[in-house]
Design a binder for this molecule. Structure first.
Ligand SMILES: [Zn+2]
Length: 131
């Protein structure tokens, strides 16, 4: 049986992750605007993502490469519990976008492919270790 889709995450990412409980809890954990870049920076360092740029004002989050560098775009507003699907700043969103930046840096994986989910799972294990 397929595991349930995680609120605030794509179906196939929810199905393919090996860190289902961690991903579920990451999407349910709000982040402040102050702590989001600190978390992104710490995880980027642990994963070897070099020269990460963080930009603001993207309603649903974006991630990948911009001007040849790994990049994420984040929403300004903190997620309201229960409203993950409307976007909003939370751990799960930062990790989701950071996995896109990792795929850009290491040149693996199309968006939300199995290679992408492997990168996301690595970040989830790092978050679990430092959270
Ligand atoms: Zn994505």
């Amino acid at each position: 049986m397929r595991p349930k889709r995680i609120h605030g995450e794509y179906s196939r990412v929810s199905w393919w992750t090996t860190e289902y409980e961690t991903l579920r809890s990451a999407h349910a954990t709000p982040l402040t605007r102050e702590s989001a870049p600190l978390l992104a920076g710490a995880l980027a360092e642990l994963r070897g993502i070099r020269g990460l740029t963080v930009e603001w004002g993207y309603p649903y989050g974006r991630g990948g490469g911009k001007r040849g560098r790994p990049w994420i775009g984040l929403p300004r507003d903190q997620m309201m519990p229960g409203f993950e699907s409307l976007g909003g700043l939370r751990v799960g969103l930062v990790l989701h976008e950071l996995a896109h930046a990792a795929c850009f840096q290491f040149q693996v994986g199309a968006n939300h492919s199995r290679d992408y989910v492997r990168e996301l799972d690595r970040l989830l294990r790092e978050w679990k270790a430092i959270a």
